[in-house]
Structures are given as structure tokens and as C-alpha cells.
Design a protein. Structure first.
Length: 230
């Protein structure tokens, strides 16, 4: 993975057909997505339960771009090697998931993955300056984690602007996760984000039989964001 700040669209397969991941991934990649976002939920840190390492290992061969794994689990550290071994390129852990985020980020890099730090909507940026040399990506949640299809939380726009200033010219991606549409994506691109996760925003209205809709949705979000990117 090389670093750049071009807009990247990362569809969340939480909104895909769970009985058909291989074809769904081939469809979104053929339709122009940049990364594939995989939401791991444990029914404890968040009130929903999704994918374990064997499922990730099964879908890995279908992904030709980047496997971007969002860990909504607590504790995290005991599972890092398993998710890295399943083929994650990026492993993102939540600041709120435990008392030792610095150790967690160290362990993610030691496992051979890019390290991501996720922040819930109610979490401030106080810890960020102390972690800037430990992260490759910071994920600002624009919904409360746990479910797809929720409404974008506007108060996160100013947080992203502050985060952009903190990061300066360091090679750290700002990823936005939750409620991304052609209406909300430009707000975040203008504030400084470069990676836009979109679940319902990409998958709505389409299917593997009708994948052109995925392409239309991806292009609409990308075009709106690129027009707004500073
Ligand atoms: O991590 C999460 C939710 O916890 C996300 O990745 C969602 O899956 C995004 O879904 P939309 O808000 O785009 O529908
Ligand atoms: Fe996510």
C-alpha cells in the first residue's frame, strides 16, 4: 500500500448479501471501489455480532484491493494475530475498547498490518497527539458503531477539521465511517478526510445481478467528495 490523499471509497460489506460475499466483493471492485471495509463486531463492545477470523480468511482471496478491517471488539489485543493472520491489510482498533491503546497499536504493526485508530462520536482528540507516530489511519465514526444505515452525525465535521490540522503532512489517512452519501461525503472531504466508508450508500438499490448501481453509487460519492476536497 502506498500513501496518498486521493479520495478512496471503501464499501462496507455489512450492507452486502451475506450469502454471497465472493460475488459481492468482485462486483464492488469491478465497479471501482478502492478498499473493502470489513466490520468486525463482538456483541459486547457494540450491540451487534458479525465476522470472526475464519470468515475473513475465506473472503480474503476474493479481495484484490485492500482489506480494511474495523475491529469493534473489546478486548482487542488477544485477537490481533488471528485477524492479521486472516489477511487484513489494515487493522483499526477503537480508543474506547481498552486501557492500552498504545500497546494495541504496537501489536497491530508488529503483526505486519497498517495500524488504525477509531474514535467514537463522543470521543475527543486529546489522545491523538500522543499516538501520531503509531498510526497509519485515524477513523472518525460519524455514527455510533454497531449498525449500518444510520444517520450521519454533523458534529463530527469540526472534529475532522481539527484532526486534519493535528496530522499536518504526516502520512496518515483520515477515514470517515457512517452515513456517507453524495450529500454528506463532501462535508468530510472538505474538512480533510480522504477515505470514505459507505455501506448502505454503495449497496442500496443494487445487487450482484445489477452491479451497475454499485458503480453509480460509488461514482456519485467520489465525485461529490473530490469536488469538495481542498
Ligand atoms: O462500522 C460501521 C458501523 O458500526 C460502518 O462501517 C457501517 O457499516 C457503515 O454503514 P453505513 O452508515 O454507510 O450504512
Ligand atoms: Fe466500520
Amino acid at each position: 500500500m502506498t500513501f496518498d490523499r486521493k479520495i478512496k471509497i471503501a464499501p462496507s460489506i455489512l450492507s452486502a448479501d451475506f450469502a454471497n460475499f465472493g460475488e459481492e466483493i468482485r462486483a464492488i471492485e469491478a465497479e471501482g471501489c478502492d478498499w473493502v471495509h470489513v466490520d468486525v463486531m463482538d456483541g459486547h463492545f457494540v450491540p451487534n455480532l458479525t465476522f470472526g477470523p475464519p470468515l475473513l480468511a475465506a473472503i480474503r482471496p476474493h479481495i484484490r484491493t485492500v482489506m480494511d478491517v474495523h475491529l469493534m471488539i473489546s478486548p482487542v489485543d488477544a485477537y490481533i494475530d488471528a485477524y492479521a493472520g486472516a489477511g487484513a491489510d489494515i487493522l483499526t482498533a477503537h480508543l474506547e475498547a481498552g486501557p492500552h491503546i498504545h500497546r494495541t497499536l504496537q501489536a497491530i504493526r508488529a503483526a505486519g498490518c497498517k495500524a488504525g485508530l477509531a474514535l467514537n462520536p463522543g470521543t475527543g482528540l486529546d489522545a491523538v497527539p500522543h499516538l501520531l507516530d503509531m498510526v497509519d489511519l485515524i477513523c472518525v465514526m460519524t455514527v455510533n458503531p454497531g449498525f449500518g444505515g444510520q444517520k450521519f452525525i454533523h458534529s463530527q465535521i469540526e472534529k475532522v477539521r481539527s484532526l486534519r490540522a493535528m496530522i499536518g503532512d504526516r502520512p496518515i489517512h483520515i477515514e470517515i465511517d457512517g452515513g456517507m452519501t453524495p450529500e454528506t461525503a463532501p462535508l468530510m472531504a472538505e474538512a480533510g478526510a480522504d477515505v470514505l466508508v459507505a455501506g448502505s450508500g454503495v449497496f442500496k438499490g443494487g445487487s450482484v445481478q445489477n452491479p451497475g448501481v454499485y458503480g453509480e453509487n460509488i461514482r456519485a460519492i467520489r465525485a461529490a467528495a473530490e469536488a469538495a476536497q481542498g
